[in-house]
Design a protein around this ligand. Structure first.
Ligand code: NDP
Length: 294
């Protein structure tokens, strides 16, 4: 792909100095096509219909919506999908018992646990998932393998982010990348993936001082902090690639962690919210499921 692929440029108003928009829907459609082909291959070679189980525990409405969207996407590419919705009174041992049943369920090849309520321990729950069905790439065994360069199971949101960055054509070697956020499923793995591409990476978090100074130096800025529109135009280096991972509901609307109105005048590339990282996340989950089936 050329450095400036016009098919990804969805066009903003001419009066703005417009960042090119990295259209996640477009790239995700390509990935889904790839998944469809790979699923057919798996079915023909092994005679199995790939299956995904999604586990929700006392999830907010938005998460239920995401789970339904995942299910519809699965069905569109020939994947069997179950949603297990557990209520607010569910205990952690009951969640683990469900996961253990899914580990033995031959129709299921991947298990996706949505964010758990605060009183549950994600580390204990994810350890219960059979590492071979760890479609999230977050089981300690798979995360450990990832850190020593084994790319069999990769966390899917960062995998989607890397695909979007790749679409800009930017050469990451030697570039300055700043990741805002250090969660195990987004911030840390994306920082490591950028490092693997020989970028120089800084991770900022809630205790970081002088955030603005750091973000202004970034050739690539990935923001996954969960604070609506916290990154404004004055915090961005002109021409930078800005990846907005954030999904926040404000006044009934979805907004990212980046203030698009000001940032799109400064950045070179920008992911929209919605329609940027979100669709990539689901597409990459399916690609991970292919890996689990294999
Ligand atoms: P977490 O709450 O797990 O982590 C947030 C991170 O941001 C923490 O490391 C925290 O630091 C850091 N942080 C918080 N406030 C600041 C601040 N003021 N300055 C710098 N760093 C800060 O969130 P997630 O990683 O799960 O998600 C982040 C966002 O991405 C959310 O909006 C979420 O909805 C969205 N998301 C979107 C996905 C998609 O597919 N589009 C997928 C996954 C997440 P500390 O560690 O010090 O607390």
């Amino acid at each position: 792909m050329s450095q400036y692929d016009d098919s990804l440029y969805t066009g903003l108003q001419e009066e703005e100095t417009a960042a090119r928009i990295l259209d996640g829907n477009l790239v995700a459609a390509e990935i889904r096509q790839q998944v469809k082909e790979e699923m057919k291959r798996v079915k023909a070679a092994r005679g199995v219909v790939p299956g995904l189980a999604i586990v929700l525990v006392n999830s907010p409405v938005a998460h239920r919506g995401i789970a339904e969207l995942k299910k519809r996407t699965c069905e569109s590419v020939g994947v069997y999908c179950q949603i297990h919705e557990l209520g607010s009174l569910t205990r952690q041992d009951e969640v683990i018992a469900l996961i253990k049943r899914l580990n033995y369920d031959q129709r299921i090849h991947g298990i996706n646990v949505h964010p758990l309520p605060n009183h549950m321990n994600f580390k204990q729950v994810i350890r219960a998932v059979d590492p071979a069905k760890d479609v999230e790439g977050l089981h300690p065994l798979n995360l450990g393998n990832f850190l020593i360069g084994d790319r069999s199971y990769l966390p899917f949101t960062p995998r989607g982010i890397m695909k979007l960055i790749e679409k800009t054509g930017i050469e990451l070697k030697g570039k300055r990348c700043v990741v805002v956020g250090r969660s195990h499923h987004v911030g840390l793995p994306i920082a490591f993936m950028l490092l693997e591409k020989h970028a120089t990476v800084t991770i900022a978090h809630s205790r970081s001082w002088y955030l603005e100074q750091m973000t202004r130096e970034a050739d690539v800025l990935v923001v996954a902090a969960g604070h609506p529109e916290m990154i404004t135009g004055s915090m961005v280096k002109p021409g930078a690639v800005v990846i907005d991972v954030g999904v926040n509901v404000v006044g009934g609307h979805l907004v990212g962690d980046v203030e698009h109105k000001s940032v799109r005048k400064v950045a070179g590339w920008l992911t929209p919210v919605p329609g940027g990282v979100g669709p990539m996340t689901i597409a990459m989950l399916l690609l991970n499921l292919v890996r689990c089936c294999e």
